[in-house]
Design a protein around this ligand. Sequence first.
Ligand SMILES: Nc1ncnc2c1ncn2[C@@H]1O[C@H](COP(=O)(O)OP(=O)(O)OP(=O)(O)O)[C@@H](O)[C@H]1O
Length: 315
Amino acid sequence: MRPHPTAPGIVVAGLRKRYGATQALDGMSFSVHPGQVTGFVGPNGAGKSTTMRVILGLNAVDEGTALIDGKPYRSLRQPLSHLGSLLDAAALHPSRSARNHLLWLAHSQGLAARRVDQVIEQVGLASAARRKAGGYSLGMRQRLGIAAALLGDPPIIMLDEPFNGMDPDGIIWMRGFLRSLAAQGRAVLASSHLMSELQDTADHLVLVGRGKVIADAGVADLIAAASQNRVALRTMARPEAMTVLARAGATVEAIGPDTVTVSGLPADRVVTLLRESGVAFSEVSAHRASLEDVYLELTREAVEFRAATPAQVRR
Ligand SMILES: Nc1ncnc2c1ncn2[C@@H]1O[C@H](COP(=O)(O)OP(=O)(O)OP(=O)(O)O)[C@@H](O)[C@H]1O
């Protein structure tokens, strides 16, 4: 693999694409950097798959550019050695074994046949590699698709919904696998319509809705911002504690008979206030936001994004 430490792996700038009355892409712009897993998240229909197809030169755009190592995908002489992708895990020849599928792909791209056994091993498909792919579960097909993406040992990997169809063990495996690809210095772009799938996996998030980017930021920063000054408190003196903390300007919410969520004060201030007021408590802990919390926080203000969420369409 050849790392590209200076240039971003993928640069998407100002993509616009219309299908009849649908503006599928409406100024989509973001970059995918080496050494990171970038999560590409948004509800169904937000434009993730269309963007990926544009990056691969499979869809034309009305406006904008998508560059791989500074070049359009179609101009790359050995594309699989630059960017490996998985768009549709179901698209397989059912009567072909995983090994034959990969051998055929390697041959068609002028890649060494020995890579086939290496990538089969890498994705944990060795025991099933000689069976017909038609009998594979969706999780196994995802693994086969990822093996194909890795054949050319590319510095950039792009996967559309890689967690789709995976069982809980598969999801854990996939998270570790994506992390290991980034740890090797590769730029990894993985889409999902579920924020939770990318928990403990993505370093960076590009959150999209209605064909454009709503947020583009590091996960650690997003979680820190969403966690700010939220504290979980456990106390047998709940009413007294709530009075003291509310008087100090906090927003307090009773969660259970002895638990309260406090917003607007840091944990050490909560402890000091309760001690000064003689209110006993058994636990004070700083709240660490989940990616779901981040998602809710980021989308609270985005009116157009809400309108794109089916559950919120007015009837
Ligand atoms: N070939 C096509 N013809 C017409 N409309 C299309 C076509 N491909 C995509 N669209 C529309 O473009 C919009 C974006 O779709 P896209 O598949 O890129 O979204 P997505 O974020 O990948 O969602 P999903 O998770 O459902 O795949 C949707 O409104 C979709 O219906």
